[in-house]
Design a protein around this ligand. Structure first.
Ligand SMILES: [Zn+2]
Length: 338
């Protein structure tokens, strides 16, 4: 019993965070030829009347030694983890940040401006039938204006095609029969055009549509003035040029004074001082009637603009093909762009 007390003092005093010494401790006290085993062997020499008492002390000693070993072991592990191999003060491994696509950045910017005027966002299908892409928009079969938009047909008779503009969404909104309508329709469109630095066979548009009683060309101009000021700044001048679209009458194209050179003339405005921004006009009565809207009671305006072109100008990109090549070296440049 006295010997056990001695060992207990020795064990209590034992301290090490070194794995090797901890293993030595285990062999010395808890190993098959260790002290605990040896003392247990003494059991046979203990008189019968004291066996119970000695047994208790022995068990307690064994537990005591095992607990000490466990605590030494966990101290050694902690020590190793916080050792010189790992410096917890170093910064972590960098997680690469993604970026928004420049076309998405421009699209979101345009949407946010019109949303402030109360326009809701509507989306429509990219695969469309002839009615929603052409006929309902006052472009009946054999209408020469269909040639203005070279079309990808998926199937003919009945015709299924890749939409050539987002105007199909306007038709679908009007067909719902809920008036008034105030929506913008962003989306991807397709035209059978030769791919070059300036044009592509698919691109993006945002179109707007406002239909209610007493909507006039003045409302159209005011809406677009607000857009231009928000988009290009207070100082930019606006001009409307008469134009032709089958689905609007009267129709106009809108230019803004070049926001790069301030109207003096530069590469972007082809030295004219003006940049063409969008097409617009009052919705043609035939289009309203095609969608079962009373054209004597209701009027409306529509406008449409590309997204790629303003994005090319804003981010000074000289090749439209970069938008769809998915080259990460290009895309990475927009990590912090807005
Ligand atoms: Zn210019």
């Amino acid at each position: 019993m006295q010997q056990i007390e001695e060992y207990k003092k020795e064990i209590t005093a034992y301290s090490s965070t070194d794995e090797k010494s901890v293993e030595e401790f285990r062999i010395k006290y808890l190993g098959t030829k260790g002290i605990v085993k040896a003392i247990m062997g003494e059991m046979k020499n203990v008189p019968n009347d004291r066996k119970k008492e000695f047994g208790q002390v022995l068990n307690e000693f064994k537990t005591f030694t095992e607990q000490k070993f466990e605590s030494l072991k966990s101290q050694a592990t902690d020590h190793q983890q916080s050792g010189s191999e790992i410096d917890l003060t170093l910064p972590g491994d960098p997680v690469p940040l993604g970026s928004r696509h420049p076309v998405t950045l421009m699209k979101n910017r345009i949407i946010s401006i019109y949303q402030r005027l109360g326009f809701a966002v509507a989306e429509g299908p990219e695969i469309e039938d002839d009615w929603h892409n052409f006929t309902a928009l006052n472009l009946p079969e054999h209408h020469p204006a269909r040639d203005m938009q070279d079309t990808f047909y998926i199937q003919q008779n009945p015709d299924w095609l890749l939409r050539t503009h987002t105007s199909n969404t306007q038709i679908r909104e009007m067909e719902k029969g809920k008036l008034p309508i105030r929506v913008i329709c962003p989306g991807r469109v397709y035209r059978n055009e030769t791919v070059s630095a300036r044009s592509h066979c698919f691109f993006h548009q945002v179109e707007g549509l406002y239909i209610d009683e007493n909507v006039s060309f003045a409302d159209l101009k005011q809406t677009l003035y607000f857009f231009v000021k928000e988009m290009y700044g207070e100082d930019v001048k606006v001009r409307f040029r008469p134009s032709y679209f089958p689905f609007t009458e009267p129709s106009a194209e809108m230019d803004v004074s070049c926001f790069i050179c301030g109207g003096k003339g530069c590469r972007i405005c082809k030295y004219s001082g003006w940049v063409e921004i969008l097409g617009c006009g009052m919705v043609h009565p035939n289009v309203l009637e095609n969608c079962k809207i009373d054209s004597d009671k209701y009027t409306g305006f529509a406008f449409g603009m590309g997204i790629e072109r303003p994005a090319l100008i804003k981010y000074d990109i000289n090749d439209i093909r970069l938008f769809s090549e998915n080259d990460v070296r290009f895309l990475r440049q927009f990590t912090s762009a807005v």
